[in-house]
Design a binder for this molecule. Structure first.
Ligand code: UDP
Ligand code: MG
Length: 325
């Protein structure tokens, strides 16, 4: 069975077209659609519920609030029943028509089939440049290579999914986690479409935080920055001290100017704050991890139970985490 997992945040206008295209593409397959409503403020949830009442293959999970895309996706991954799962954006930017190709590759024996964006032409110049810079930095710093033009759109077979579901960190940089588990991987190029309807929830501030998330989750190199800065500053200080002593001995004048003094003080203050900030980034994440809160909370779910009378019903959430937690 194939599980399609769709995190939805204010996607009311996209649900019906998404469902129609999936139905058209998945004929002849055994499949389910796992929709996670991530605190939408429009009538996304109502439409999802209506859909699940018409089609028992549609399962709907409603999160207690907006937990963010990564958490919503995690909720879907935890509850998927398929032998292979495919996360899909609700906005139809990931063309469902590619799914049969992904499935074919999986049947060839691959555990993970990545859909790789053939071009970033649909993005603006600024987004392309910042994205390229980000991937260059993170791949320099991180131990596992993180592919630059792969989003969440991919196929993951059960063994790889179980491995992925075992990673319960609260700050979830999904791309990195997918890359971290590894397994036999194939790439399929595709053309990423523009958003079908509605608005993206991303902006540059969020992207910046996303980048920080990625770097701090997959590298501790910034922590070493302080040591290197310290060494560099010390070397300069040593040379400067030697110059001052030399001047004092030769010319007898040791009183340096006020400007040089203030520059040195401000520079060192800046370096120290920077180093503290870097430590703080990691400390905050350790703090959050140590609280051991669940990644998401499910408010209610709509799905037909495995072997029951076939009635749909809303059940209160009992499991707050995944089966293996
Ligand atoms: N999404 C979500 N929670 C959020 C923000 C987004 O579940 O807080 C979902 C959204 O409904 C969509 C997917 O994540 O299915 C990708 O979001 P979006 O299209 O805004 O991101 P982009 O395609 O610009 O990266
Ligand atoms: Mg999108």
């Amino acid at each position: 069975m194939i599980s399609i997992i769709v995190p939805c945040h204010n996607e009311a206008a996209n649900i019906a077209p998404l469902y129609d295209r999936l139905c058209a593409v998945l004929t002849g397959e055994d499949w389910e659609l796992v929709c996670v409503n991530d605190g939408s403020r429009d009538d996304t949830l109502a439409r999802l519920i209506a859909l699940s009442q018409r089609d028992p293959r549609v399962r709907v999970f409603d999160l207690a609030r907006n937990f963010g895309k990564e958490a919503a996706l995690t909720a879907g991954l935890d509850h998927a029943r398929g032998d292979a799962i495919i996360p899909l954006d609700a906005d139809l930017q990931d063309p469902p028509e590619l799914i049969p190709t992904l499935i074919a590759k999986w049947r060839e024996g691959f555990d993970v089939v990545n859909a790789v964006r053939a071009s970033r032409a649909s993005d603006g110049w600024l987004k392309r440049t910042t994205a390229r810079g980000f991937y260059r930095v993170i791949n320099r710093l991180s131990d596992v290579p993180i592919p630059s033009d792969t989003g969440d759109f991919r196929l993951i077979a059960r063994p790889a999914l179980d491995a992925l579901n075992g990673l319960r960190e609260r700050r979830r940089f999904m791309k990195g986690l997918f890359a971290w588990v590894g397994f036999r991987t194939a790439d399929i190029p595709y053309q990423r479409a523009a958003r079908h309807a509605g608005q993206t929830s991303w902006n540059y501030w969020k992207l910046w935080n996303f980048a920080l998330e990625g770097i701090t989750s997959f590298s501790s190199a910034p922590l070493r920055l302080a040591s290197y800065l310290g060494v560099t500053v010390s070397i300069f200080a040593f040379i400067y001290a030697a110059i001052i002593i030399f001047r004092k001995l030769v010319y007898g004048n040791a009183v340096a100017g006020y400007p040089s003094l203030i520059v040195v003080i401000l520079f060192l203050g800046g370096v120290q704050l920077l180093a503290l900030g870097v430590i703080g980034e990691y400390l905050g994440r350790i703090y959050e991890e140590s609280k051991q809160r669940p990644i998401y909370l499910i408010r209610a779910r709509w799905e037909r139970a495995d072997q029951d009378d076939g009635l749909d019903r809303a059940r209160p959430a009992r499991d707050r985490s995944h089966p293996g937690a």
